[in-house]
Write a protein that binds this ligand. Structure first.
Ligand code: MG
Length: 405
């Protein structure tokens, strides 16, 4: 029986964007790692690990993952905060890593064994116009990706109007461009008409609205995109307006993916049990780790909803590996969002999942199979740039109203 002896937070990547939690045990060389990365509140997550959760962990039996999760979860009294869930998620994943190492098995074997031989991913294609986007999609299809996300430039692209061409007030704030729902709802169907015309209906395509639209515009867009048979439309609505998914369902068959902003089960459970979405997109660390996401995947299976765990560019290789282990074992798995890293970033995480030809491959090492080389992780930090938070992008409508990011 391994007892937890210590916990530390290792901050890495330029500007300290990533935090990896390392849990030590009293057994020589036995430790586990988990992702506590939070691009907007890194200090808050680290303080939660250090001040609230770590003192409760020392001396506990590391094998009691469920007991520890259930103990720590309400220990801050207020549940499911983004920071507390990320801290808890890191600890949960690190404990699964330890359990796998003790058992001499990869985590996906402990979770029931593989349902598939590798994890299919969707790529992020982009372009500033339809032709550029088409080229980008073709390149990813050529590489082997089974699904490709299609974006016109940055999130909201297709809906931006240069400020000097927009109908703005005379005292407008100084924005270079503004977001316009009607422009977006007009452009996106044209974009998919072009893509289907050039690529046919074989390629599986998605699009991420990133919550930019007013709810009614999201309903209209979903309906207008129906003829182009998307694999899914992502985040058509912000988490505050999920009841509108019912109206989308009543209007069209465009599959809906949602969930990267959810931290509380009450946010996503009704969407699954009422079959209002098709893909649940929790970020594993934000949802509290492997333990709760495994339960979510089981619930999804019962209701015919599939998982598509989120992997934004700010995620680290450890969170990706936790998602990969879940992807390997859950029958309700739908697709995995891709993420790739710089060569020197991969080097700091030996045993990382291997992305090849549109598929992610775990390895057979005991535990997560990924480690952190602390010296190399330290070298990823750019000391010329101070650690900082990265607030979500601030976009506005013509009159200055902020758009949900
Ligand atoms: Mg997204």
């Amino acid at each position: 029986m391994a007892k937890i002896k210590g916990i530390k937070c290792i901050r890495t990547r330029a500007e300290g964007m990533w935090t990896i939690v390392k849990i030590f045990t009293d057994q020589p060389g036995l430790y586990g790692i988990g992702s506590a990365s939070d691009i907007t509140n890194q200090e808050g997550v680290i303080k939660t690990v250090e001040n609230l959760l770590a003192p409760q962990l020392i001396g506990r039996d590391a094998s009691q993952i469920e007991n520890i999760w259930q103990t720590l979860y309400p220990s801050g009294y207020w549940r499911n905060g983004a920071a507390t869930n990320t801290a808890l998620g890191a600890i949960d994943v690190a404990l699964w890593d330890i359990k796998g190492k003790e058992a001499g098995m990869p985590v996906y074997q402990l979770l029931g064994g593989p349902c598939r031989t590798a994890v299919p991913c969707y790529a992020h294609a982009g372009g500033n116009d339809f032709l550029e986007l088409e080229d980008s999609i073709r390149a990813y299809l050529e590489e082997g990706y089974p699904v490709v996300r299609c974006q016109l430039g940055p999130y909201g692209g297709g809906g931006f109007i240069p400020s000097d061409q927009a109908r703005r007030p005379k005292n407008a704030w100084p924005d270079s461009h503004v977001f316009d729902d009607e422009r977006y709802v007009d452009t996106l169907p044209k974009m998919f008409a072009h893509l289907r015309d050039k690529l046919g209906f074989g390629p599986k395509l998605t699009h991420d609205v990133h919550e930019h639209l007013r709810p009614q515009s999201a309903v209209v867009l979903s309906k207008l995109l129906e003829p182009y048979r998307l694999f899914f439309l992502e985040d058509a609505l912000p988490p505050e307006q999920v009841q509108w998914y019912r109206l989308i369902r009543e209007q069209c068959t465009t599959p809906q993916a949602m969930g990267e902003l959810f931290v509380h089960p009450f946010e996503w459970m009704p969407l699954v049990t009422e079959r209002l979405i098709d893909y649940l997109r929790l970020r594993v660390s934000k949802a509290g780790g492997i333990s709760p996401c495994r339960k979510a995947a089981t619930l999804c299976e019962a209701y015919g909803v599939q998982t598509a765990w989120q992997e934004g560019g700010d995620n680290d290789p450890v969170n990706q590996m936790a998602a990969v282990h879940l992807d390997m074992v859950n029958w309700s798995f739908g697709i995995q969002e891709e993420n790739h890293f710089k060569p020197e970033e991969y080097e700091a995480f030996p045993g990382h999942a291997v992305l090849e030809g549109g598929y992610l491959y775990p390895n057979d090492s005991p535990g997560l199979g990924i480690d952190i080389d602390e010296e190399k992780a330290e070298r990823l930090i750019d000391r010329s740039r101070p650690f900082r938070a990265f607030p979500a992008a601030e976009e506005r409508r013509a009159d200055g109203t902020v758009v949900r990011p």
